[in-house]
Design a protein around this ligand. Structure first.
Ligand SMILES: O=C(O)CCC(=O)C(=O)O
Length: 332
């Protein structure tokens, strides 16, 4: 559990670093599962002629970089959530990974103890969640360089990623370092106390026809705000208030930067991404409602995937247009 001082720091500053929460025994199953996921993607992409080799002689990081260089869409095989599209997608574009080690990570007691210190003991795992596998900058294909799962992460607030239904949801972001995250390989940066107005600031739409680009807070709205870099060791957490302004530095090193960012919220509040499945990760009030079988978790995602490749959900699954009107704003 967090100490009273840590909770106070989080409330006042809008973020908190919690060092060394997970150890090697927590991370090893995740790393092993992802070696398999990458190997499976390599076999499939090789069989369909997308890549010239399965690169099986390479270790995980080098193999990832080699495949990514040939096939920039590799990310969709590895992510822990479906792509964000309000329209139905072809099956080859609609993929994700939902495996037992990821499920165990989402409900890891050490993480949930930390989360419960902030939002109480009735905890839902929110489906806004990502893996970020960031190679050295020079190895990032241009067309995905503006995509925060692989390339840069521009300044933003996490609350901007959910639908209006989650306006009052007490969502907390748990960012977990799987590799060490240092200044040179792209650790997080935050602007302390930038959450204190508890509102969304102006974001510009990240519109770019050829290169992935994400919504961002423009320079003019960032002016003068302090910036604190948060280098952490593997197994450490960074907790983020949903309104805190944050970004990630470029990976200028020669090594991979691997993290997950997870979201949790109290049970009984809307997730803000109603099309995607969530689950109760901890409950003292209704222990029978807690999901404990990874197959059930994977089946929920598979149902959502089938809907996406079928007729679609029939309602917007994310707020695509929220920032489009700002395209003509002088700051954008
Ligand atoms: O890891 C990153 O580069 C970005 C993470 C992030 O922005 C988030 O967790 O909200």
């Amino acid at each position: 559990m967090l100490s009273r001082e840590q909770v106070q720091f989080f409330d006042e500053q809008g973020y908190l670093v919690v060092p060394d929460v997970l150890d090697g025994s927590d991370l090893a199953p995740i790393i092993a599962e992802y070696e398999e996921v990458l190997a499976g993607a390599a076999r499939e992409l090789f069989a369909s002629g997308e890549i010239p080799s399965t690169f099986e002689e390479l270790g995980f990081a080098d193999r990832y970089v080699a495949i990514l260089g040939e096939f920039p869409g590799l990310y969709r095989y590895l992510n822990i959530s479906l792509p964000l599209s309000n329209d139905p997608l072809p099956p080859e574009e609609c993929r994700m990974h939902a495996g037992p080690a990821v499920f165990d990570l989402l409900r890891n007691d050490k993480i949930l103890d930390v989360v419960a210190s902030l939002i109480g003991g009735e905890v839902r795992s929110n489906p806004v969640q990502h893996i970020r596998l960031k190679p050295p900058r020079s190895a990032v294909p241009e067309m995905v360089s503006g995509y925060s799962n692989i390339g840069v992460t521009t300044w933003h607030q996490d609350h901007g990623a959910v639908m209006d239904e989650a306006e009052a949801t007490d969502m907390v972001t748990v960012w977990l370092a799987v590799t060490d995250a240092a200044v040179e390989n792209g650790c997080l940066v935050v602007s302390p106390q930038s959450h204190s107005a508890a509102e969304l600031t102006l974001h510009c739409p990240g519109v770019n026809m050829n290169v992935a680009a994400e919504n961002y807070i423009p320079e003019a709205f960032r002016d003068g705000k302090p910036i604190v870099a948060l280098p952490v060791k593997a197994g450490s957490l960074v907790l983020l208030n949903k309104y805190i302004e944050h970004a990630a530095l470029d990976n200028t090193s020669d090594r991979l930067r691997w993290s997950f960012d997870l979201r949790y919220q109290p049970v009984g509040q809307p997730t803000g991404r109603p099309a995607f499945p969530s689950f109760i990760a901890r409950s003292q009030n209704n222990p029978d409602d807690v999901m404990t079988d990874w197959r059930q978790y994977a089946a929920q995602w598979e149902d959502a995937r089938k809907t996406m490749v079928g007729d679609g959900f029939g309602f917007p699954i994310y707020e695509q247009n929220r920032w489009l009107a700002n395209a003509g704003h002088p700051a954008c």
